[in-house]
Design a protein around this ligand. Sequence first.
Ligand SMILES: Cc1cc2nc3c(=O)[nH]c(=O)nc-3n(C[C@H](O)[C@H](O)[C@H](O)COP(=O)(O)OP(=O)(O)OC[C@H]3O[C@@H](n4cnc5c(N)ncnc54)[C@H](O)[C@@H]3O)c2cc1C
Length: 387
Amino acid sequence: MPQNRPEAVVIIGSGVIGLTHALTAHEAGCKVTVIERNTRPLGASIRNFGTIWPIGLAFGPEREQALLGSKRWREVSKRIGFAADPCGSLSVAYRDEAWSVLCEFSAQQAAAEAGFELLSPDDAVRRYPLVNPVGLRGAVFSPHEICLRSADALTGLVHHLQSLGVDFEFETCAIKVHEDAVEVADGRVFKFDRCVIAAGEEMRILFPEQLAKASIRPCRLQMMRSEPFPQRLGAIMVSDLTLAHYPAFKECPSMTALQQSLDATASEFQEWGVHVIAAQHSDNSFTLGDSHEYGPDFTPEHWAHVDELVLKNLATFTRLPGLKIASNWQGVYLKSTVGKTQVVLQPRERVTMVTAMGGLGMTLSWGLAEQTVASWSLSSSPPALTL
Ligand SMILES: Cc1cc2nc3c(=O)[nH]c(=O)nc-3n(C[C@H](O)[C@H](O)[C@H](O)COP(=O)(O)OP(=O)(O)OC[C@H]3O[C@@H](n4cnc5c(N)ncnc54)[C@H](O)[C@@H]3O)c2cc1C
């Protein structure tokens, strides 16, 4: 790149991965253009819970990446002016095996240093009166999780980036990525020094062969939003089923027993990959979900009985009488089949594809953006991700 002009970066996709890369590249002095086929972000990034979820990640580099995500969301929410509630999370246990997992998790030195609190049933219900006390064994509070309304956050980020001089080409579909230019459907080309492809579930259109070898598959999730509820839950809340879902708890010795217990007593939920997160927003509405159905593709049905399973499980750990559902929807993300929390490919020398962040893209994408942009100034080699 000549010394006298900023590096030209073209980003395909205005979801959270594209926008976090756009702001990070702009802050590093690049001239950024974002190409988005729709009029605004409409993919997984505005269909999620809006939870920033470090507690889902095992201690180590990925948790550090998630904590960086929390920090960045706090900063940008203040700067841009959208709500980001630092309410933390409460993991509640109803099975003995789930309680053992929480106790083992909290006993780690790193957990104590991270400010996790093990709560007795009485303490949990005193602090969080909407927790269901019946059968409660105990809970863990974690202070690091944040609750956003993702559509507000993404809209705010787009406006902020525009005010900084980042160009957005909406209603523009990228159809081919060449060595140094992106070709779009109306025939224009956008020249780049660096290109980031963050096209969400539609990644297959651009470099299908590389993706086919990357061990990833689509996952469809069913979600709901409630009408505002008169009381506050006080934290993002999850229970036994969710402990078995995220990598954080996998190393706990009692996880095998918990998994066996769930297989024996919760097969109706497991059949649809249902584990329930209750995330309450600043207007008191809840985002609730979810289920996990794996592709290659999906029929159009939205399954009423799956929504019922989510609400049935929600009632085992919360008391939200009269809660009314206002809307439901589906989201799709790509997920690694070999346990990676993100997949970074380099189909051409100056082209980076970032994908398959599964259910943690809101949490992890700031850290990934930082690593992608840092790798550019070092050499033309692929991002130095060791995850
Ligand atoms: C239901 C659900 C719940 C989730 N909950 C959470 C959560 O609580 N916390 C968390 O951390 N993560 C969560 N996630 C994961 C997170 O939402 C995703 O990992 C993340 O949104 C992926 O971001 P993305 O930018 O890759 O995709 P997207 O948001 O799908 O963005 C991709 C964009 O690229 C555009 N595009 C595609 N092809 C082209 C093209 N050829 N030309 C131009 N534009 C193109 C699309 O229109 C789209 O706007 C959840 C995901 C789902 C589906």
